[in-house]
Ligand binder design. Structure first.
Ligand SMILES: *Cc1c(COP(=O)(O)O)cnc(C)c1O
Length: 217
């Protein structure tokens, strides 16, 4: 699928859900994609991208920023505490705030750097052992803890279990956000972004549907 096709599917899903045009931000997930493919999407005028790893983002985005204005870079993969400074310097949003230690590090270092990316808290809606994220039952307390540290929280993010109906997880995420007065919902990937938009996604993270299958790294 092309960027244009994805964009028109997003527009159609917004309309079907009775939501304003442009209320969903498309994050083009460029992890492990060859630079030529990323450049083609930049040349097409798209500016919002997602990367999984700080290291990989550091290797390519400072260069792209020299050539293209207005890049909005989102970190959507796990963040280790020792990479927080680099992430804050590189990224405009972090979708994977998932533990108190990380929240404290972000609060301190954002203060030192004089800049704080937009923050999304990752919720482990499927309560999967191997997956990052705060359990739904702990979400309200963790959101309050982040606010207590002076962090402004943009919204919540989830990655549903692969073998379950994603809509149940999107609905749960939306419910947790609503009761905490959070507007942002980072949910939906290549296979299910339309379902996510129906349930209120404000940010969809789409990789392979735009760039083609990822080459194994
Ligand atoms: C890779 C990735 C995506 C994009 O997945 P696709 O299925 O290629 O659209 C979205 N979100 C996260 C957190 C990812 O790691």
């Amino acid at each position: 699928m092309s960027l244009t096709e994805i964009s028109s599917k997003i527009a159609a899903a917004e309309k079907a859900a009775g939501r304003p045009a442009g209320s969903v931000t498309l994050i083009a997930v460029s992890k492990v994609q060859p630079n030529a493919r990323v450049e083609a999407v930049l040349e097409a005028g798209h500016r919002v991208f997602g990367e999984n790893k700080v290291q990989e983002a550091a290797g390519k985005w400072p260069n792209f920023r020299e050539t293209y204005d207005g890049i909005d870079l989102h970190l959507i993969g796990p963040l280790q505490s020792n990479k927080v400074r680099q992430a804050i310097q590189l990224c405009d949003a972090i979708h994977t705030l998932d533990r108190p230690k990380l929240a404290k590090a972000i609060a301190r270092i954002a203060d030192e750097e004089g800049r704080c990316p937009k923050l999304f808290i990752q919720i482990n809606t499927g309560e999967e052992e191997q997956k990052a994220g705060v359990f739904p039952a702990d979400a309200d307390a963790f959101i309050a803890e982040c606010h207590g540290l002076g962090l402004q929280i943009e919204g919540l993010m989830c990655i549903p279990p692969v073998d379950e109906e994603p809509s149940l997880h999107f609905a749960l995420l939306a419910k947790i956000a609503a009761r905490n007065d959070l507007q942002g919902l980072s949910m939906g990937m290549s296979a299910d972004f339309e379902k996510a938009i129906a349930l209120g996604a404000t940010h969809v993270r789409v990789g392979s549907a735009i760039f083609g299958e990822r080459v194994a790294s």
